[in-house]
Design a protein around this ligand. Structure first.
Ligand SMILES: C[S@@+](CC[C@H](N)C(=O)[O-])C[C@H]1O[C@@H](n2cnc3c(N)ncnc32)[C@H](O)[C@@H]1O
Length: 227
């Protein structure tokens, strides 16, 4: 069977969207009032007590898809409580081998809408040690800026959760925009091309690599306000 190679980003936007800072600031000081979905609250409640009693590091793998990266992260951080969240039950149910243990360490995969989950976690004063957001949907059409995480009303919760943020994308501009958004919160970020010899840790990463696409990574310490 011939496998189709991942298509590269097609976009009518050729740089950071000029309205990025406008939307970030619009939501920076306004409450996101959309009601939280029951299933998201249930998912949050299922780990809330564990997290509040936990004395070690908490790591979130947001948009974890099938949870492959969650397993890798858990294996690399054996003393941390690692939680993967995705809204797709279909994805979470696939690749069951990733689902239980990574090198002896248990981690959790939850089905929730991150528009809800991040808010609930921030309201509960979770403080993350690390936060991974690997290959979020890029929404590359110019008119879809507000669908990107940094230009959405939930973004203040992402910043409030703190920790060291690692994001990856095959669209450089997405990460550049995220860096602009973080600057509105006085958080410094760096964006660089991912090393070619980096072993893929998610199915999307593998697909893009097989198609020969360049991949990019953003790193930001959300705990430190820049000057
Ligand atoms: C491009 S996939 C990347 C999945 C995985 N990180 C990978 O690299 O293989 C984007 C993922 O984001 C998830 N997602 C999109 N919007 C979401 C939301 N509002 N809440 C939770 N997950 C969401 C999708 O279900 C999908 O699994």
């Amino acid at each position: 069977m011939v496998q189709k190679l991942a298509r590269s980003i097609t976009t009518n936007q050729h740089g950071v969207h000029e309205d990025t800072a406008f939307y970030v600031r619009r939501y920076q000081h306004t409450d996101f009032k959309k009601p939280v979905a029951d299933h998201s609250r249930e998912a949050f409640d299922s780990v809330a007590e564990l997290v509040s009693a936990w004395r070690g590091e908490v790591i979130l793998d947001s948009c974890c898809g099938v949870g492959e990266s969650t397993a890798v992260i858990a294996g690399r951080n054996p003393n941390a409580l690692v939680i993967g969240v995705d809204k797709s039950a279909h994805r979470l149910q696939r690749n069951l081998q990733h689902k239980t243990k990574a090198e002896g360490q248990t981690y959790y995969l939850l089905r929730a809408d991150l528009n809800d989950f991040w808010r609930l976690a921030a309201e509960a004063n979770w403080v993350l040690a690390k936060h991974f957001l690997l290959y979020p949907n890029p929404y590359p059409k110019q008119k879809h800026l507000q669908r990107r995480w940094h230009a959405s009303p939930v973004f203040p919760s992402v910043v409030a959760l703190g920790g060291h943020l690692t994001m990856r994308s095959n669209w450089f501009i997405y990460l550049q925009e995220m860096a602009v958004a973080l600057r509105c919160y006085q958080r410094a970020a760096s964006v660089a091309e991912l090393a070619e010899n980096e072993m893929p840790i998610t199915p999307f990463e593998r697909k893009y690599k097989e198609a020969g696409q360049a991949l990019f990574e953003l790193q930001a310490d959300l705990t430190v306000e820049a000057n």
